[in-house]
Design a protein around this ligand. Structure first.
Ligand SMILES: Cc1ncc(COP(=O)(O)O)c(C=O)c1O
Length: 399
């Protein structure tokens, strides 16, 4: 069935709102349901063995076994592929599965990977614990363009970037660092979980691969884990091959939930970004707040680069309270319109400190080394009315 949003057959390249809704969705057969069905079957049956063999060799379209391919999962992959403007995409059981499978596809003993100290905590554990165990040389730089550029100049197989970072929302200059990676022949990978393709498209800036925790903004409803990798056909094929053997496949029901959530991606991202900016501005002048991190503030150190490479600044604000950890522990329970939980990017506001969220697996020393304050509050604005969120923060920070 043709896809209504296929850019190769449309006269006009559809915008991100249209792609959020229609991307990856095939025209239903005559009289069939309009929504992508959940295909739970583990295996797919064939009467004609020659056709079965052709599907197995990849010479005919079709599915054989759901650890490899599945129709519902394929629709999710097509939607994120189109949103990121990629040639190809594959999917995973979680964001960490996407990230670890990508790194392990390209890194072998003796190779070097360059990244930053404050990647998402789980990614950081791969760099500190699992990759060194495979004799991969790991260089983690301060989250600073010049430091990353200098490290990359020494040569590396993979350059792994995350911008904005979780949870301190630092910004890296993607065009500049992609160029540094290109000079040494590195595969440049960007975690685009925080920005989403609505606000930032790293492949347009020259990155080789984009990885996602689809669990967060893409799904947007905190009810499905998932991950994705998008990029050029050959690189994605290698990652897919690694995944089909190691087995971290996305479940079809999760794929369905992610697909449904993604239909409102552009609406949610616009709303959450507007709310986060209003909240960041408000907290910037609040007497209980010591520091606000948000790349949309023109006082933020990442603002100029963020303006250059992002269409919006995202739905996450982080801030430090006067009174540090103790003040944070007093304020969070008072919030009425926020889950205190280890998640972000959902329709509901979600808050938490790094010690129980992004960096729960890290030690206090590792968090300090990564420049992450223990009393930091990561605030993921939901789609509630921004005036209610601001009033809620005021009453929680107040007395
Ligand atoms: C930036 C970023 N990357 C990756 C992940 C890992 O995703 P998942 O929890 O889906 O494995 C997270 C999770 O919070 C994240 O924030």
């Amino acid at each position: 069935m043709p896809e209504r949003n296929d850019p190769t057959t449309s006269a006009r390249t559809p915008g991100p709102g249209t792609t959020s809704v229609w991307g990856g969705e095939a025209e239903p057969a005559q009289g069939a349901g309009t929504q992508v069905p959940i295909v739970r079957s583990v295996a797919f049956g064939y009467r004609d063995v020659a056709q079965w063999e052709a599907v197995g060799r990849g010479e005919a379209p079709g599915d054989i076994y759901s650890r490899n391919t599945n129709p519902t999962v394929r629709a999710f992959e097509r939607k994120i592929q189109q949103l990121e403007g990629a040639e190809s995409a594959t999917s995973f059981a979680s964001g960490m599965a996407a990230i670890s499978n990508t790194l392990f596809t390209f890194l072998a003993p003796g190779d070097r990977v360059v990244s930053i100290q404050d990647t998402y905590g789980g990614t950081n554990k791969l760099f500190l614990e699992f990759l060194p165990r495979q004799s991969v040389e790991v260089t983690l730089c301060p989250t600073d363009d010049a430091a990353v550029e200098a490290a990359v100049a020494g040569g590396c197989k993979v350059l792994y970037l995350e911008t904005p970072t979780n949870p301190t929302l630092k910004i890296l200059d993607l065009a500049r660092l992609v160029e540094a990676g290109r000079r040494v022949g590195a595969v440049t990978v960007v975690d685009n979980t925080f920005a989403t393709p609505i606000n930032q498209r790293p492949l347009d800036l020259g990155a080789d691969l984009v990885v996602h925790s689809a669990t967060k903004f893409l799904g947007g409803h905190a009810d499905a884990l998932g991950g994705a990798v998008c990029g050029g056909r050959d690189l994605v094929a290698r990652i897919y091959h690694y995944r089909e053997i190691t087995g971290a496949a996305l479940d079809p029901t999760a794929a369905y939930l992610l697909l449904r959530g993604m239909k409102t991606l552009q609406l949610r991202i616009e709303r959450q970004g507007r709310s986060a900016l209003a909240i960041a501005r408000h907290l910037g002048g609040h007497p209980a707040v010591a520091r606000v991190h948000y790349p949309g503030l023109d006082t933020d150190p990442g603002h100029a680069v963020a303006r250059k490479q992002m269409r919006g600044f995202g739905g996450i604000v982080s801030f430090e309270l006067i009174g540090g950890v103790e003040a944070m522990r007093r304020a969070l329970p008072r919030l009425r319109y926020a889950h205190r939980a280890a998640n972000l990017g959902s329709v509901e506001t979600v808050v938490g400190p790094p010690s129980t969220t992004s960096h729960v697996e890290a030690t206090a020393e590792e968090r300090e080394a990564a420049g992450i304050p223990e009393g930091l509050v990561r605030y993921s604005a939901g789609i509630e009315d921004p005036e209610d969120l601001i009033a809620d923060l005021d009453q929680a920070l107040g007395g």
